[in-house]
Ligand binder design. Structure first.
Ligand SMILES: *[C@@H]1O[C@H](CO)[C@@H](O)[C@H](O)[C@H]1NC(C)=O
Ligand SMILES: *[C@@H]1O[C@H](CO)[C@@H](O)[C@H](O)[C@H]1NC(C)=O
Ligand SMILES: *[C@@H]1O[C@H](CO)[C@@H](O)[C@H](O)[C@H]1NC(C)=O
Ligand SMILES: *[C@@H]1O[C@H](CO)[C@@H](O)[C@H](O)[C@H]1NC(C)=O
Ligand SMILES: *[C@@H]1O[C@H](CO)[C@@H](O)[C@H](O)[C@H]1NC(C)=O
Ligand SMILES: *[C@@H]1O[C@H](CO)[C@@H](O)[C@H](O)[C@H]1NC(C)=O
Ligand SMILES: *[C@@H]1O[C@H](CO)[C@@H](O)[C@H](O)[C@H]1NC(C)=O
Length: 356
């Protein structure tokens, strides 16, 4: 091509991009608008304006293609439950992040589910939190092969769920549903964080997590863990760093096989638990543990602890609102690595004589 014409073409392209976005994507955005404009948040989504400058939209600076759509909390509850046509998002070929949280969506229109987005090969983040989706959408999500972050919290998933197909996920949040059985025959080898807090699970969940070999963060708060917790089921979590298990009714931790003592665990959160004090002896075998949070706990049988418990690397201990008597001080005094200790409202009384 003649270089003069090339320049003219280039200038024309730049001028048309001066419009701020691609016609096809602007049209697609305007098709979405009626579903998500209850509160007039999309007031600047109007024809003949630069759609990359519209609210809730972000484009790639170079290609001017839409990469982020944040439509969270844009639909009024008064409009009632409704079904989504996921095809409406298929024109956004470079979309990386889609947020549809808190919009009272009940599911997808038949044959217009998330499988329609399987060609969006950059889609990494999907937030469907706070809608009314149920188990039926899981199979359609399995087709999204680039997905890394999926938030399905506060929906209507219930009973047994199977997440076998979600191979690419790094982060999965299914908290605050009514799941009672978690099926994942082979686990998900890329998964680094899973949040199942607030479901109707029980101790048997611990043996269902075997295949999650990359897991670093495990959130199992308020799921009905009860009585004696055997850590045997967590043997294969060789990368676990954070474990949230507060607001359950755990009495004891045991490690019946003692093969692997969660030696990578750095942070253990047990807030709001009712614990048999002997659990500390097991926790002390987690040799990398740096942070132990046990605020608002009820501790039993303090007298049963024989001698000081030797934590190797504990740096912070938070026990606000956990009532114990002075004999417990014998237990925590010898932790020489400790940098932060918080004991507000613990019922301590009298003079602290401890040195060091
Ligand atoms: C795109 O532009 C915005 C604002 O002009 C800037 O904050 C951002 O860093 C840019 N991103 C890239 C990838 O250049
Ligand atoms: C869903 O949206 C697509 C794209 O706009 C459209 O072609 C299709 O007819 C819609 N389906 C239904 C059932 O409305
Ligand atoms: C744990 O939950 C599963 C699935 O609902 C159930 O089959 C099992 O009986 C429960 N176990 C206990 C100890 O409650
Ligand atoms: C806890 O487990 C015991 C048996 O181990 C059972 O009797 C009790 O009902 C369980 N409590 C709850 C709240 O699930
Ligand atoms: C796990 O901890 C126990 C003490 O509770 C210890 O006897 C055992 O050797 C430890 N296992 C490993 C692999 O460190
Ligand atoms: C602390 O509580 C334990 C039982 O919880 C009791 O045996 C012990 O005597 C108490 N110590 C003090 C100093 O009150
Ligand atoms: C502290 O302990 C003393 C003696 O054990 C008791 O008389 C006093 O009431 C206690 N104070 C508080 C605030 O509990």
């Amino acid at each position: 091509m003649d270089s003069k014409w090339f320049c003219v073409l280039l200038v024309m392209m730049l001028v048309s991009l001066g419009e701020g976005c691609w016609e096809e994507e602007r049209t697609a955005l305007l098709q979405l608008k009626p579903f998500f404009d209850s509160f007039n948040y999309l007031h600047n989504w109007v024809k003949n304006s630069k759609c990359c400058e519209w609210g809730m939209v972000a484009c790639n600076n170079i290609t001017h293609k839409v990469i982020t759509l944040d439509l969270s909390t844009t639909r009024d509850e008064k409009l009632g439950e409704w079904y989504l046509n996921a095809s409406l998002f298929s024109p956004f070929q470079q979309l990386q992040s889609l947020d549809l949280s808190f919009n009272y969506i009940s599911g997808c229109i038949e044959n217009e589910g998330f499988e329609r987005l399987s060609r969006l090969s950059n889609l990494e983040k999907l937030n469907l939190r706070g809608n009314n989706f149920n188990n039926n959408i899981l199979s359609s999500l399995a087709g999204l092969s680039s997905l890394k972050y999926l938030d399905l919290g506060e929906n209507r998933f219930k009973e047994a769920i199977n997440i076998e197909g979600l191979h690419s996920l790094k982060v999965l949040d299914m908290s605050y549903n009514e799941i009672d059985t978690f099926v994942s025959p082979k686990g998900l080898s890329n998964l680094e964080l899973i949040d199942l807090s607030g479901n109707k699970l029980n101790n048997s969940i611990l043996s269902s997590l075997g295949g999650f070999s990359s897991l670093k963060s495990l959130y199992l708060e308020d799921i009905g863990l009860n009585g004696t917790i055997d850590l045997e089921g967590l043997q294969s979590l060789e990368n676990l760093e954070e474990f949230y298990m507060g607001w359950n009714r755990i009495d004891k931790f045991v490690n019946s096989k003692e093969l692997h003592n969660l030696t990578t665990l750095e942070e253990l959160i047990l807030d709001g638990s009712k614990l048999d004090i002997s659990f500390l002896q097991t926790v002390a075998t987690f040799t990398s543990l740096k942070h132990l949070l046990m605020s608002g706990c009820e501790l039993n049988d303090i007298s049963q602890v024989q001698g000081p418990i030797k934590f190797k690397n504990l740096e912070s201990l938070f026990m606000d609102g956990t009532t114990f008597n002075n004999s417990f001080r014998q237990i925590i005094r010898p932790i020489t690595t400790l940098k932060k200790l918080s004991l507000q409202n613990c019922g301590l009384n009298g003079t602290l004589h401890d040195q060091g």
